[in-house]
Design a protein. Structure first.
Length: 562
């Protein structure tokens, strides 16, 4: 199913191939995945993970997992642990290269001292608002800070005092002295360090000054011997700064290469917005199966193989675009079709009594677990008895022309079992709702064979009432109803596009007895229903399933009907 092992051509591989041809970096390929531990990873990060680790794998190189932990206010150990779990789950191994920007805090400080001594960094007393005012705009140049021409000795003294905690938070910053008239705003004397008194998840209270991302990132790459620093397009305008810092220091110079980030329709891909949905209880935590977080996709029933396949199929491009979420769903179907056992489950049960079936008799019928690989998957026994459940939607008293399932006087086939014919309909006396059907069966039709070789149009799945296992089934739909949730009417935000029907909980489901002890995370195809995953809420005899994806993409049809 997958394209793993195949090296699809893209512009990044072309660059690496050319570097190897020219003997650059002594023939090494060393990448890194550098997440900030300020939230849970999402499917966009999965693209970057697969790209960086995949390049290292394909070129016989290395890939580091490095946490850019430069903002203690927003970072938590919980996020670090979740990131490691997600990367491992996707199938990648950083071996002994679990690294942190905080590993280099002392070296980064010494690098800053070098810039000060070189006369290209200074301590500034402007406030954050004043720095923004001085920076200028895209069409107007910035203004020099009044502190820009401090002496080297004064800057060294002030910077050392910043580290020693002699100034309050926000009182001073260390800035690079580049060009306040640059057409690239990132080059207008960017901040290297700010004063922040906040306990860091690794260094505790050792530091009260913290490096900015732009300052820490390139130097960390250099210290680790990274050859190709691959990042998303929003960092393209930061590349001149990345290069400037490294050139000023005269240290190993990785090549920064930008690629288009992943944008998916019908969802949001911003950590800030995802955090808002979680904190304001629009969803049930970071692993809510409706979220595009990796842990949410995992809980929903996605597999590492399906996500890696998706990353291969979308490829790597230089220009931003939006990918249809249906492609992600198709990749999951492609993988689960090969590996998921077929089972029978009735989500909205309707009772059926087979009047001419012997009272008390139970037959064990053989069922193929997966017709895609029958020899490997094997078979199982499914009990059949006088009373069964079928889906409510599989019966109509007044069927339309294209309805081929059960109706009064009509014969259908029960999967793996017999032909049955509906003889009588029982209604609730008060509501008039159909609550029970009485049918007859053909004893000669077991397994689809009959004496007269007649055929029927409809085949239904079913569960023996006597042996059925109660199950809760959670039916998930897309979290947003708008293709681009960020586009709203004036005065409304993206949450106005939340789908009120993104979760439906069916508490009366019935599943075949083979699923009684189904393991958490187990994935199954419910015949004619879709692919489902056993949720972690399954415990103490309660079985809970999440619908991972339908058997086919019905969203487009739904959209056309609206």
């Amino acid at each position: 199913m997958a394209t793993e092992g195949i090296r699809p051509s893209n512009f990044i591989r072309d660059i690496i191939d050319e570097d190897l041809k020219n003997g650059k970096n002594q023939g090494r390929v060393h990448t890194r995945f550098p997440p900030e531990p300020n939230g849970y990873l999402h499917i966009g990060h999965a693209k970057s993970i697969c790209l960086n680790f995949g390049l290292a794998r394909d070129y016989g190189g290395k890939c580091n997992l490095r946490f850019d932990d430069t903002n203690p206010i927003k970072e938590e150990l919980e996020y670090v642990d979740s990131i490691k779990e997600d990367v491992r789950w996707l199938g990648w191994d950083w071996e002994d290269r679990e690294l942190y920007a905080s590993d280099y805090y002392e070296q980064l400080y010494e690098y800053a001292i070098q810039l000060i001594k070189k006369g290209v960094a200074y301590v500034c007393d402007l406030t954050a608002d004043e720095i923004r005012e001085h920076r200028g705009t895209l069409t107007t140049p910035g203004k020099d800070s009044p502190y820009r021409n401090r002496t080297i000795a004064e800057n060294l003294d002030l910077f050392q005092k910043m580290r020693a905690g002699m100034f309050p938070d926000g009182a001073k910053t260390l800035r690079a002295k580049i060009d306040m008239a640059s057409g690239n705003i990132n080059m207008r004397d960017p901040i290297l360090y700010r004063i922040v008194r906040s306990t860091h998840h690794r260094t505790g209270d050792k530091w009260c000054i913290y490096p900015m991302y732009d300052w820490a990132h390139g130097q960390s790459d250099s210290l680790e011997g990274i050859t190709h620093s691959i990042c998303t397009l929003e960092f393209e305008d930061h590349r001149p700064l990345y290069d400037w810092f490294i050139d000023q220091l005269g240290i190993h110079h990785p090549q920064q290469i930008e690629f288009a980030r992943l944008n998916l329709n019908y969802t949001v891909m911003s950590k800030r917005l995802l955090l808002e949905l979680v904190k304001e209880n629009y969803v049930n935590g970071w692993d809510d199966p409706r979220l595009p977080t990796i842990c949410g996709l995992r809980r929903r029933g996605y597999t590492p193989e399906s996500i890696r396949l998706f990353a291969d199929k979308i490829g790597v491009a230089k220009a931003d675009s939006t990918v249809d979420i249906a492609l992600l769903e198709a990749c999951l179907r492609e993988h689960l079709n090969l590996v998921a056992p077929r089972v029978m489950a009735v989500l909205r049960p309707l009772k059926v009594v087979i009047d001419n079936y012997p009272d008390g008799q139970v037959e064990e019928l053989e069922a193929i677990n997966n017709p895609e690989r029958p020899a490997d998957a094997g078979t199982r026994k499914v009990p059949f008895s006088k009373v069964i459940y079928i889906e409510q939607d599989d019966f109509r008293e007044e069927p339309h022309k294209k309805f081929f399932r059960l109706a009064p006087g009509r014969e259908v086939r029960l999967k793996h079992a017999y032909y049955i014919t509906c003889q009588k309909v029982v209604r609730d006396d008060k509501t008039g709702e159909v609550i029970e059907l009485h049918c007859s069966y053909d004893p000669e039709s077991r397994g689809g064979g009959t004496a007269d070789n007649r055929k029927v149009e409809g085949t239904l799945h079913w569960v023996s009432a006597q042996h059925a296992v109660d199950a809760e089934v959670r039916m998930f739909d897309r979290l947003f109803i708008a293709e681009d949730p960020s586009k709203t009417e004036p005065g409304r935000d993206y949450k106005a596009n939340l789908n009120p029907s993104s979760l439906e909980v069916l508490s009366g489901g019935k599943v075949e007895p083979s699923l009684k002890d189904a393991p958490v995370g187990g994935k199954y195809q419910f015949l004619r229903q879709g692919y489902f995953c056993v949720d972690l809420d399954s415990k103490n005899g309660k079985v809970v399933f999440n619908r991972a994806v339908g058997l086919k993409d019905t969203w487009a049809k739904i959209e056309r009907r609206r």
